[in-house]
Design a protein around this ligand. Structure first.
Ligand SMILES: [Zn+2]
Length: 107
C-alpha cells in the first residue's frame, strides 16, 4: 500500500511523504510522515512492527522488593544471556525505555 501524497490520518491536513524508519537494530521499513511530524505506516508495515514488538518483548509486571521495584527477567532472556543470580547489571532509563546492560558479554 502506498500512502505517498495521501492526507495525514492524524491531523487530516498534512500530506504524507515516504521515509525509511528504523524499527529495530538494522531493520528499516517504509513509513510516511506529514509536514507536522505525524508518522503513518501502511497496514502491511504496521503488522510487521506489531509482530516484531511482540516477538522481542514479554509483558511483565513490576513487583516491590524492599524499597525498590523489580521487573522479572523472562526465562528465555536469562538463558539467552546466560544470566546468573546476584550478577551485577547496569540499569539506565531514556524516555519510557529502561535498558539493563549485562556486565559479562554473552554476545
Ligand atoms: Zn499530520
Amino acid at each position: 500500500m502506498n500512502l505517498e501524497g495521501k492526507t495525514c490520518g492524524v491531523c487530516n491536513k498534512g500530506k504524507l511523504k515516504k521515509f525509511q524508519e528504523r524499527i529495530a537494530e538494522g531493520v528499516y521499513v517504509d513509513a510516511y510522515k506529514c509536514e507536522h511530524g505525524h508518522v503513518s505506516y501502511s497496514e502491511e508495515v504496521m503488522r510487521r512492527v506489531e509482530a516484531l514488538e511482540r516477538g522481542h518483548a514479554e509483558e511483565r509486571h513490576i513487583v516491590k522488593v524492599g524499597s525498590s521495584l523489580a521487573a522479572l527477567i523472562p526465562a528465555a532472556i536469562v538463558k539467552q544471556l546466560n544470566l546468573k543470580s546476584k550478577e551485577s547489571v547496569f540499569v539506565s532509563a531514556k524516555g519510557n525505555t529502561i535498558t539493563i546492560k549485562v556486565n559479562s558479554s554473552a554476545g
